[in-house]
Ligand binder design. Structure first.
Ligand code: HEC
Length: 161
């Protein structure tokens, strides 16, 4: 009588174990592969270029500088930028522009001045300046042409011919 009830009990236990385990292994195997492919697709930020549409290819540098663009860039800067930036190396609200074309790539400057916000959110250099200046440079709504002329003026200001 005792032997029979032990057999019945162990049969019952092994039935529970058998029902529970195969399902568990299946779902664990399926979910383990998902995160891997998501990591591979994440785009990485390029601190040399910054964020935006400007690249080393589409900035199109002039050699020698375009004198008309320099003049036009200087006058737009006087209206939209000079309240916060000196053309010397002296800081005003933002950093002085002297040497900016050697500190930053042309595409970094173009991306930053046409749309500063995304770069202030993720660019290490822009964030380091923000920590010192304590003012977020506002978007000055520059057209592509205005921005390109200002870049030409910055090169001239740094002594490029
Ligand atoms: C309200 C003040 C303000 C105005 C106006 C302003 N800026 Fe700025 N700018 C800043 C500040 C502050 C920084 C430093 C980054 C920050 O804190 O946002 C900066 C950073 C920069 C930098 C990066 C400098 C470096 O050394 O890397 C460039 C280039 C620049 N500004 C260009 C411009 C241009 C071009 C204009 C005009 C179209 C302009 N800024 C107008 C405040 C201003």
């Amino acid at each position: 009588m005792k032997k029979i009830s032990i057999l019945a009990l162990s049969a019952l236990v092994s039935m529970f174990v058998a029902c529970g385990s195969p399902e568990k292994t299946e779902s664990a195997g399926g979910s383990a592969e998902q995160p891997k492919s998501m990591v591979e697709e994440a785009p990485s930020y390029d601190p040399h270029r910054g964020e935006g549409k400007w690249t080393a290819e589409n900035v199109n540098l002039n050699e020698p500088l375009n004198a008309e663009w320099v003049t036009s860039g200087e006058s737009v800067s006087g209206v939209k930028c000079a309240s916060c930036h000196k053309f010397s190396d002296e800081k005003l609200v933002g950093p002085g522009w002297k040497g900016v074309t050697t500190r930053r790539s042309p595409e970094w400057i173009m991306n930053f001045i046409t749309n500063p916000d995304p770069m202030l959110d993720k660019d290490p250099e822009a964030q380091a300046m923000l920590e010192i200046c304590l003012v977020r440079m506002p978007n000055q709504s520059l057209s592509d042409g205005e921005a390109r002329n200002i870049l030409e003026f910055m090169f001239k200001n740094d002594g490029k011919k």
